[in-house]
Design a protein. Structure first.
Length: 122
């Protein structure tokens, strides 16, 4: 994801806790990446959501007032977990996952146009 962000003209940053964040024309993208498989996806999803809100609060001076939260998963949630998309949307969190066909990310949610080169939805 960092490489895709750089190619799109963004400057990805990291620290000991935050997996990645960078400034966009619409605000700061705060991304938490989670490795997962079918059996631990729900647990990893919960952990990622918690981390996003914690980091947004703790690092508010660095991230700025407008934060766009993104939870990046290793796999697309299977049918029994698709309710997580609605839950994430309710929390204003973008959920994306590795594409099976190409080296990019996919999502089922609306994304800011500035992220179209990183997350394939536009």
């Amino acid at each position: 994801m960092a490489e895709a962000a750089e190619v799109a003209g963004f400057e990805p940053r990291f620290d000991d806790n935050i997996d990645m964040f960078f400034q966009t024309p619409t605000g700061t993208l705060l991304a938490e990446m989670k490795s997962c498989w079918e059996l631990n996806l729900h647990t990893q999803f919960r952990r990622g959501v918690s981390q996003l809100f914690e980091y947004e609060y703790v690092y508010s001076e660095i991230l700025g007032p407008k934060v766009f939260r993104a939870l990046i998963l290793e796999i697309k949630p299977i049918e029994r977990n698709t309710w997580l998309f609605d839950y994430a949307k309710h929390l204003d969190i973008l959920v994306a996952w590795k594409s099976e066909l190409v080296d990019s990310l996919e999502t089922s949610m609306d994304i800011p146009h500035s992220l179209c080169d990183i997350i394939k939805k536009c």
